[in-house]
Design a protein around this ligand. Structure first.
Ligand code: CMC
Length: 437
């Protein structure tokens, strides 16, 4: 079977054979289809990249129709069951699971970089008391670049390594500082005797006790949540990381851009939106009225639907089970019953079934974060911490990919044709009557 596509341009009657590689046709192969000798050639129009691969990647595999997610070939369910976040981060960045010595060295290299420069505390202090922690995180991650000028040497492997250690190590510290600032509490320094999630919990919640006692079930739950959020191939924030990284800034600046993309309610902000939505619904009796509103287009059922998954998000399955385990330790909330019933009703409703809308990773994660005692504003921050490992692996892959260049999409221009500048007195401007007054 020939691996090519034959296309006839009916404007000119000319036919073209376009090679198919790895199930894809290069968009640039359409450039040869000219109408006039001097035009640019045919463009491929794809707003929001619905069917455009912007890169090749060997990191994460998703089959959205079958609900499959794998990191470097390993099923997410197995990693959630048996791995740790730090080991998973190593896997994402290096491509294979570490042996004992590699794991110990990796853990050591991350752990020794958990402190931040004392001046970072002054930045944090400059924020208003009710500043959103995600805003604080994205600004301070961007600011880290100014402390490590060597990080701009992105083609120096040593510099890339140390930036990767620093970013993975410092995210929990900055996230915890943002939380403590918003509560008016003193910052806790990292405790390097604790695990990655245990240390984060300590920096969040330690009060005056000499040593923070980690609850093992909570530590494990947080570690699993971190594994599930560590990467998700070319999502909005990862695309931001690659696009910004393509102009070759330091990785702190590119990570700040990725955090900004994750901030939005359609991406990492969705778990916060789920809690607000369920609180607004309030009780199981009010679900039908809410569903009617969603179906009439008044609002969206947050935590449902996904650009890629047209089946149950495999991460949501693990999280749903974990929500039960965590709430058994922390005490349950009536909101979880509302969410479970909401899911049940939506999964049987023709509107959601016909559009293949299933719960995504954000539908239940917020309930776990809430049970841990975290305010909703911290939810996207908890997403950003583990996703940093994914962003960095994708950033490095992109930098080392010889086919990549500065990201610069084309456009289809639909605006005015050329026209001459007119002096103000002679301009005929059509204004609404009320403004023209
Ligand atoms: N509630 C109600 N209707 C929906 C929803 C929803 N959550 N999601 C999609 N639809 C409808 C949409 O109105 C459209 O209907 P129609 O064909 O009648 O116009 C159809 O389903 C297709 O939707 P779309 O907007 O074209 O889908 P998309 O791929 O552009 O959007 C999405 C994906 C995740 C932005 C969207 O499903 C959504 O807004 N979901 C709620 C927010 C959310 O939970 N986001 C977290 C995503 S997972 C974590 C992450 O990646 O950050």
């Amino acid at each position: 079977m020939p691996e090519s596509l034959t296309v006839t341009d009916n404007r000119t009657g000319r036919s073209y054979d376009l090679p198919i590689e790895n199930g894809a046709v290069r968009a640039t192969s359409f450039e040869q289809m000219h109408l006039e000798d001097d035009d640019h050639g045919l463009l491929v129009y794809d707003p929001a990249f619905l069917n455009t691969a912007s890169c090749t990647s060997r990191i994460t595999y998703i089959d959205g129709d079958r609900g499959i997610l794998r990191y470097r070939g390993y099923p997410i369910e197995q990693l959630a069951e048996s791995s740790t976040f730090l080991e998973t981060a190593y896997l994402l960045i290096h491509g294979d699971l570490p042996n004992g010595a590699e794991a110990a060295a990796w853990e050591h290299d991350i752990t020794i970089h958990t402190l931040v420069h004392e001046n970072v505390k002054s930045f944090m202090d400059g924020f208003h008391h009710d500043a959103h922690p995600m805003g604080m995180l994205l600004s301070t991650v961007g600011a880290l670049a100014t402390f490590y000028p060597g990080a701009t040497q992105i083609y120096d492997e040593e510099q890339r390594r140390i930036s990767i250690y620093r970013l993975i190590a410092k995210m929990p510290t900055l996230a915890a500082f943002a939380y403590r600032h918003s509560r008016g509490l003193p910052y806790n320094y990292p405790d390097n005797d604790l695990s990655y999630p245990g240390n984060f919990l300590g920096m969040l919640f330690k009060m005056v006790e000499p040593r923070y006692e980690v609850v093992p079930e909570i530590e494990k739950a947080l570690d699993v949540l971190f594994i599930l959020h560590a990467d998700h191939e070319q999502n909005c924030s990862t695309n931001a990381m690659r696009v910004v990284g393509s102009s070759h800034p330091d990785p702190y600046s590119a990570t700040a851009a990725a955090i900004a993309a994750l901030y939005g309610p359609l991406h990492g902000g969705a778990n916060e939106a789920v809690i607000h939505m369920v609180e607004r619904i309030g009780s199981v009796e009010r679900i039908p009225e809410f569903i009617t509103g969603v179906k009439s287009g008044k609002e969206r059922l947050m935590g449902f639907g996904h650009r890629v998954y047209k089946n149950y998000d495999p991460r949501a399955k693990v999280i749903k089970r974990m929500a039960d385990q965590v709430l058994a330790v922390t005490g349950t909330t009536p909101l979880l019953d509302v969410a479970r019933e909401l899911e049940k009703i939506a999964l049987e409703d023709e509107y959601f079934v016909s559009r293949k809308l299933y719960p995504n990773v954000d539908f239940y994660s917020g309930f776990i974060y809430q049970a841990l005692g975290l305010p909703v504003e911290m939810f996207p921050v908890l997403f950003a911490i583990p996703r940093t490992a994914g962003w960095l692996s994708q950033w490095e892959e992109s930098l080392l990919d010889k086919e990549q260049k500065i990201a610069r999409p084309r456009q289809v221009y639909l605006g005015e044709a050329a026209r001459d500048y007119e002096p103000m007195d002679s301009r005929q401007v059509q204004r609404p009557k009320v403004l023209a007054g």
